[in-house]
Design a protein around this ligand. Structure first.
Ligand code: SAJ
Length: 436
């Protein structure tokens, strides 16, 4: 092993290196603070001025990070935030955690990755390790990032080392903080992979090396495609069971007693978040460009996209059974985030439910303890208070996100009809509670 590499590895293992984390979102900020907590100096590079202001005023904007944890990082002197890439002159590890949205359905948008890499290429300290964490299609690291750095006159395995290591944050899951989630690492070269493995060994108990960046990119997409397809499957079986007059929840509870070869998934109002509805479409796009059309991904994506409409259709059925026309009804949607206890509206099915209800002429309101105001797309609403006289004023209450802080007894006692998409009333056979 050449002398530089040996020295680099020693500096990483003894935490003598400085790390830059590009993008301080739900992935980058917890990662940066995890490094700082373990004694590694980290500079977070964040172009969003609002976020920078919040960090400097010692306020966290990420659900999973408390102000206290943010302040601990800042006060330790090992975490700071910057709005520019100038700090790369003193860092030797650069981890990219920027968003990878869709241009439109089935079309990746890796602009944020490209912009970050172009900025890095201008300021990188020669010999640095660059790691991409953003979820993307297999081949991005080899086919996009490597050429961008080489076009800047940099030579791999000399001026930079390049790796992919997928982020695996599960928002709202306290059982698995960053340090407890095994970390896959795949390099453009074995040297790059070995450096990245050492970087993560400073903060994560288990590092899982694979033989290439492509394998690491694909592993992440396998994980999230697995979830998308299985959630879509249970959503479809829920619609099927309803037609057959069978309660799907009881079926799931029975099936999950099987101690092997089964993993329960639960029907919901649709699939939201920044990952599950989107990441598999990156794989679909790359596969199609490689001459393979994934019917599973396409079908699963279509099934989950239909769920909000299905929910409104079911609510309409329940109202009509009580002699109320949906178009003349008042409906309260409870929970507008994409899943319980996580302040994140991205791709939230609740927003689609509100849209569909409105298109059907409904008077729609919402309540969400995490979201006092809802101003997205064509929605501009204020969360109504959860009070008995307000609840009783609605023809139907749809529970779309089952936040732990909600008073479900108050809702049950004072609502006329509850459409419970999350089975919060498990085991309470109350005529006013309808299920998917
Ligand atoms: N959902 C269902 N039924 C289920 C499970 C989930 O309807 O049985 C819905 C949820 O309500 C939510 C959506 O699917 O709207 C996504 O939920 P999720 O928890 O699977 O996804 P995320 O985006 O919050 O977190 C996921 C991680 N979750 C888990 O592994 C449990 C994981 O897939 C990724 O590590 C992470 O996104 C990521 O960053 O990719």
């Amino acid at each position: 092993m050449d002398k530089y590499l040996a020295q680099f590895k020693h500096k990483i293992s003894t935490k003598k290196i400085k790390t830059a984390v590009v993008g301080l979102g739900y992935v980058g900020l917890p990662l940066a603070l995890a490094f700082a907590k373990k004694g590694v100096k980290v500079i977070g590079i964040e172009i969003d001025k609002d976020r920078l202001t919040k960090i400097r005023s010692r306020k966290s904007y990420i659900t999973d990070i408390s102000d206290k944890e943010l302040c601990a990082g800042l006060d330790s002197g090992r975490f700071s935030a910057s709005g520019t890439f100038d700090c790369l002159a003193e860092t030797e590890v650069i981890i990219i955690c920027v968003p990878t949205p869709l241009k439109r359905k089935f079309y990746p948008n890796i602009t944020y990755i490209k912009e970050a890499v172009k900025s890095i290429a201008k300021k990188i300290k020669k010999g640095s390790l660059v790691i991409l964490e953003s979820t993307t299609y297999p081949g991005t690291t080899n086919e996009v990032i490597l050429p961008l750095l080489e076009d800047a006159g940099l030579v791999h395995n000399r001026d930079f080392y390049l790796c992919f290591s997928p982020e695996r944050i599960d928002p709202g899951n306290e059982r698995y903080p960053v340090e407890k989630i095994p970390k896959i690492v795949g390099g453009i070269s074995p040297e790059a992979a070995s450096l990245a493995a050492l970087v993560y060994k400073n903060i994560i108990e288990e590092v899982v090396p694979v033989t290439s960046a492509r394998a690491a990119e694909f592993a992440k997409l396998l994980e999230n495609t697995f979830r998308l397809v299985n959630i879509a499957l249970i959503d479809e079986l829920t619609m099927m069971a309803k037609k057959m007059g069978i309660a799907i929840w009881e079926v799931i509870d029975a099936a999950k007693t099987k101690p092997f070869g089964f993993m329960p998934f639960y029907p919901g109002p649709g699939v939201g978040g920044h990952c599950i509805p989107k990441d598999p479409l990156y794989l679909y796009w790359k596969a199609r460009n490689s001459g393979f059309v994934s019917r599973f991904i396409k079908l699963a994506s279509d099934v989950i996209a239909f769920m909000p409409e299905y929910v409104v259709g079911r609510a309409e059925e329940e109202l009509e059974a009580r002699g109320i026309r949906l178009s003349k009804s008042k409906v309260l949607v409870i929970g507008v985030t994409y899943k319980k206890d996580v302040l994140d509206l991205r791709q939230s099915p609740s927003l689609d439910i509100i849209e569909v209800l409105r298109q059907k002429g409904c008077a729609v309101s919402y309540h969400d303890p995490l979201v006092p105001f809802l101003k997205v797309e064509r929605i501009d609403l204020k969360s109504v208070p959860l009070k008995k006289d307000i609840l009783s004023g609605f023809d139907c209450v749809i529970i779309a996100a089952d936040h732990s802080s909600l008073d479900y007894n108050l809702i049950l006692k004072n609502s006329r009809l509850i459409f419970d998409t999350r089975r919060v009333y498990k085991g309470r056979n109350d005529l006013k509670v309808a299920l998917l």
